[in-house]
Design a protein around this ligand. Structure first.
Ligand SMILES: [Zn+2]
Length: 494
């Protein structure tokens, strides 16, 4: 890191960009923390924040105490009374590459003067950090993280979550103990909540974390009670009148014995390589897990070593969040095209400015149907959030309205089929519009043959979607019956 020794003039451009970035980050902080409705994906937010941090490092004269690069989180909403965290709820440093994990482990070993370090590794849940205070084994307070030092008192809401014990099991717990965890929603619970929201004409949530946050910060605990919330505990805060084991992993086991929920996937691993092996296993399991995770957290297991390492500004030196490649990115919607399916249904497909999402280039995404376009208020030329998870087709999640170009047009459902020019009809009560061409429509014919040959129907070996397209293009098949008249020589010409 180089610091500027002499005060050379600060370019206007840098000054202006810093102002712009602060304004944007404050705006997104407000959407994210106060309203639980983020407009941009985390990856984009991280880029804005990193750019600001780098500029402030380059021009320290421009640092102000209220810069969003200096603090992370939100000041509590007035709707809740304020809770001061006795020990601050720190945020974690992030790593995005293997090298950063090796560097972290090296720094830890050098500071401690040891050869080997054992880490506690567990999935980083995409949830909302909360603090639970137990006194004499009774849950007396639940609070959000807030800005790390001040959070919101959400005791009444927290008490409705069945995974949180109101009273600890067994014995031996300290007289006063603050437990920390992530409140979250399963993928299934999130899907159900969103479809119920849509059904009632309410806004849907961008992701399970925001759904969890929005559910926990309800004025009416009755609403929180109906939301499918759960919790995984991952640490402790202030402890009085009692002792806990000297290793993080052993403390977690204690919490489990006392009836608190901890991650069943947590493991102790050895050194940086152990961390990376664990990371790869969880990355492969990620899409099968019932809840969303966005990375792995590594913590030095020995508590004495954690204390020795301490913290730097607002992050502990003994922990690291190793993030998975982002599943959401932003890009531009270039156009909307309509694909004709087997039953004539017209499906809108988004043509995107190619963007890398989780390491794969994405240039098309599904928009599901016309209603979805209207509900999400999607316009051509919009900056949109695209999501790709596992092997399913990428989808357009939402629009970044603050970046909409003036006069951006709404995508129009065509009057006539883009393939056969037959009339497009939408029957009352139907979600989709259809080409009325029936088997006259080449697109419908082709899709019908694909379906016939597919595993769900006749399961004709060697006749996949690609082969059907080829046969159709060569005019060798027009309907299902033609399949039975195909000759060996014709197939060999393909
Ligand atoms: Zn058609």
């Amino acid at each position: 890191m180089t610091t500027r020794q002499h005060s050379s003039p600060i370019p206007d451009q840098a000054r202006k960009r810093i102002e712009e970035l602060r304004e944007q980050i404050n705006y997104h902080n407000y959407l994210y923390y106060a309203l639980d409705t983020p407009e941009i994906p985390d990856a984009e937010y991280d880029r804005l924040l990193r750019e600001l941090q780098e500029l402030e490092q380059q021009y320290p004269e421009l640092i102000t105490p209220d810069s969003p690069a200096r603090r992370v989180g939100a000041t509590p909403l007035e709707a809740f009374s304020e809770v001061r965290h006795e020990l601050p709820m720190l945020s974690l440093n992030n790593a995005f590459s293997d090298q950063e994990v090796f560097d972290f482990d090296r720094r830890v070993r050098e500071r401690l003067g040891v050869e080997h370090v054992e880490y506690h590794a567990e999935p980083k849940l995409d949830g909302l950090a909360i603090s639970l205070l137990y006194e004499q084994g009774q849950l007396v307070r639940g609070a959000t993280r807030g800005d790390g030092s001040r959070g919101e008192d959400v005791t009444r809401n927290v008490r409705t979550i069945s995974a949180i014990p109101l009273k600890l099991d067994g014995s031996g717990f300290p007289a006063s103990m603050e437990v920390r965890g992530g409140a979250c929603m399963t993928k299934e619970g999130f899907r159900q909540l969103n479809s119920a929201q849509e059904h009632r004409g309410l806004k849907s949530f961008a992701n399970p974390r925001n759904a969890a946050a929005g559910s926990l910060r309800q004025q009416d605990p009755g609403i929180t009670a109906q939301r499918p919330l759960t919790i995984y505990c991952y640490g402790i805060g202030a402890v009085k009148g009692g002792n806990l084991p000297d290793r993080h992993s052993a403390i977690m086991q204690k919490l489990r014995d006392w009836g608190l929920r901890i991650s069943p996937k947590a493991q102790q691993v050895e050194g940086a390589q152990g961390c990376l092996d664990y990371y790869r296993i969880m990355a492969a399991e990620r899409n099968q897990l019932p809840y969303e995770i966005d990375g792995i957290v590594y913590k030095v297991d020995k508590i004495a070593w954690q204390e020795q390492l301490g913290q730097l500004s607002r992050a502990p030196r003994w922990a690291l969040a190793h993030k998975f490649p982002a599943q959401e990115e932003i890009t531009r919607l270039l156009d909307v095209e309509w694909q004709v399916g087997r039953t004539g249904a017209l499906t809108p497909v988004a043509r995107l400015k190619p963007v890398s999402v989780g390491g794969v280039m994405v240039s098309n995404a599904t928009l599901h149907n016309q209603d979805e376009i209207e509900r999400k208020d999607i316009r051509i030329g919009d900056t949109i959030v695209v999501r790709r998870a596992g092997d399913v087709m990428p989808e357009v999640v939402s629009v970044v309205e603050s970046r909409r170009p003036p006069g951006a047009p709404r995508p129009q459902l065509p009057d006539r089929c883009p393939v056969c020019d037959s009339e497009v009809v939408r029957l009352p009560g139907e979600k989709v519009a259809r080409c009325s061409g029936g088997l006259y429509c080449p697109a419908q014919r082709r899709e019908a043959i694909k379906h016939f040959a597919s595993r769900r129907a006749m399961d004709i070996e060697g006749l996949g979607d690609k082969r059907v397209e080829q046969l159709g293009k060569k005019n060798l098949i027009h309907n299902v019956a033609d399949l039975y008249y195909l000759r060996q020589e014709q197939l060999e010409t393909l």
